[in-house]
Ligand binder design. Sequence first.
Ligand SMILES: O=C(CO)[C@H](O)[C@H](O)COP(=O)(O)O
Length: 220
Amino acid sequence: MEAKKAAAELAITEIQDGMIVGLGTGSTAYWAIQGLGARVQNGLYIQAVATSVASENLAKELGIPLIPFADISEIDVTIDGADEVDPDWHLIKGGGGALLREKIVAFSSKKLIIVVDESKVVTQLGAFPLPVEVVKFGYELTIRKLRALGCEPKVRVADNQPFVTDNGNYIIDCHFGSIPNPAELHQAINGIPGVVENGLFIGLASQVIVGYKDGSVRSL
Ligand SMILES: O=C(CO)[C@H](O)[C@H](O)COP(=O)(O)O
């Protein structure tokens, strides 16, 4: 917890008055939202967009003003977590099931700050199962096509039911073991009809902040 919190606390120092801020999802982004909430209570003026219903609810509780997507064309800074970060700052995201909204927000962000603890920093992506969001219709066929790309796909389950995203879709966790060419795999997965989006974030991160067990923090 200390490592995640330390990374999040450094990231929020980038946020200044008047910014439109993207709020990530997960236990590290949680600390960033908490920190921003405290700063808003002390007079910081920002407007935010959230990457999940959970983060939106947290922002509301903390009094962080939210702005509709219809009213903006860009987001100044988004702070979000990740499940894996490689040396090129390609990411696996979606452990919390919010990858689609996270990618939509990241893609329209001038700056995407990724906050992680040291366990997320890897030399090659793929030990963490890659989350893929798929529509419910025909998902058994979509799974076969994913398997043909060389992974063991598993429908994500929560409370003994298939997990349903904020967008009403399923998540298929794809166990690749290693992903030597993330950009190529990203294209191949998104080329399968039924796939809405996958958790590979290629070339989107602008900064990676890593928190360590001893509470220290480093910006890569
Ligand atoms: O992509 C995500 C949610 O969809 C999260 O950012 C990712 O799973 C990391 O989560 P945490 O900060 O809890 O380790």
